[in-house]
Design a protein around this ligand. Sequence first.
Ligand code: C2E
Ligand code: MG
Ligand code: MG
Length: 464
Amino acid sequence: YDLERLLTHRAFYDQLTDIPNRTLLGDRLNHALGRAQQSAGQIAALHVNLDNFRSINESLGRDAGDELIIEMSKRLQSAIRPGDTVARIGGDEFFVLLDPASSEQATTMASRITVSLQQPISVQGSLVAISGSVGVALAGGDTNVSGLLRNADIAMLAAKAAGKRQWAMFQETMHESASKRLNLAGGLRRAIDRNEFRVHYQPIVDLHTGEVMSVEALVRWAHPTLGLVPPADFIPVAEETGLILPIGRWVLEESCRQVKKWQDTLGPELSVHVNLSALQLDAPDLLGVVTETLHATGLKPGCLILELTESMAIGGSDVLLARMRAIRKLGVRFSLDDFGTGYSSLSYLQKLPVDSLKIDKSFVDQIGTHPAMLEAIIHLARSLSLETVAEGVEHAHQATILAHLGCDRAQGYFFARPAEPDDVLGSLTRIASQGHPAKVRAALSLGRVHPEDVTKLPLVSTSI
Ligand code: C2E
Ligand code: MG
Ligand code: MG
């Protein structure tokens, strides 16, 4: 199946540079550590980060930023030995895996990379001065992947702290100061007691009728000194420490309660999408938690949609599938989040008790240039009787094309940004009372609207 091959490639390779991504890097590190254990050898991980990426991105624009990343990827690839790996794990963050590596080989490579990143680069016709910082961590077979990556990360931050444009080798003492600085776990624990979590809501729009049918609940941490902390910054730690269980439970109850309240004014059909973490899905009492929450809040089961990601479900045991089926028996639905970014085994998808696919933003981003993937996913979903929700819709033309391709629902900054309950309510009532569903739908699905005109339609008269 062609789509499966393409999705698998996307699951393992970075789209911009076509080099291995975080997932494939993790896989290679696992193998390398296994080999190191057997041979009592050593490998090295180098975390490479540009020193001024953000300012270049902001002053010269995203396209310039992309050019820079591609050039950086080329320089790293030409610095390594055959058999070593360069991976991009996001933004300007790259990892180099040296397997095997002595301490000397690792530091030689680190200094070679530091020098090669000091050559100015030509972006959109002008020369830009750049530099990078490198963190080096060595490991034998007794280290795990996340420990090795974290050490390289800490060393890279130490190189930056020491003045950038240099490399640093990880030392245990760095670890202590880094964990003290962060001390996230402690803060998170207190945050639960102090009621510092907030739920923001983002409307999901029905592309057939133009109406808001549901909202996605997105957690934030109202940190006393750091301000509103996004989930990406604390969910990983919450998962590592198990704190995601009480946090997730609170988000579920809070959002069910909120949506039940909104139903009084907006109609009984409004439903809510709540994100689950792997740990919650693995917990045997999830059925009990969901049942109790619905009971306590009075929300109808049919108005709750639980989101999980492919990686959480794929390879899931029969016990997990049975748990999902039992929850679904209540009337609660499941949605597969970030679809297209995980290990997409399409045959496995058939076995999963899910009701809808949330198509990852990266496909929507490419809708103008590569609509074929999106179209294939929508067809696939239809053949499996799954609804489709497009994520990250930022522009009018994307909404138009999505409606044209037969995508059912959409969510994104174009319609409304996630906001706190009081601010969302305004946009929800506006859309409900001013929307002219038929008109919007006709305009969207016939593809008659010029991109600029779509913003004038009532559907998007929300000014968030
Ligand atoms: P997600 O579930 O895929 O949620 C969509 C994310 O995309 C949200 O980020 C949302 O703010 C953002 N987004 C929506 N529309 C647009 C757009 O048009 N452009 C762009 N660039 N971004 C858009 P957010 O709120 O930072 O959440 C990030 C992730 O954190 C979520 O991804 C979800 O995986 C996780 N998360 C959020 N809340 C919870 C929670 O209560 N529990 C768990 N376990 N995870 C959560
Ligand atoms: Mg989600
Ligand atoms: Mg998503």
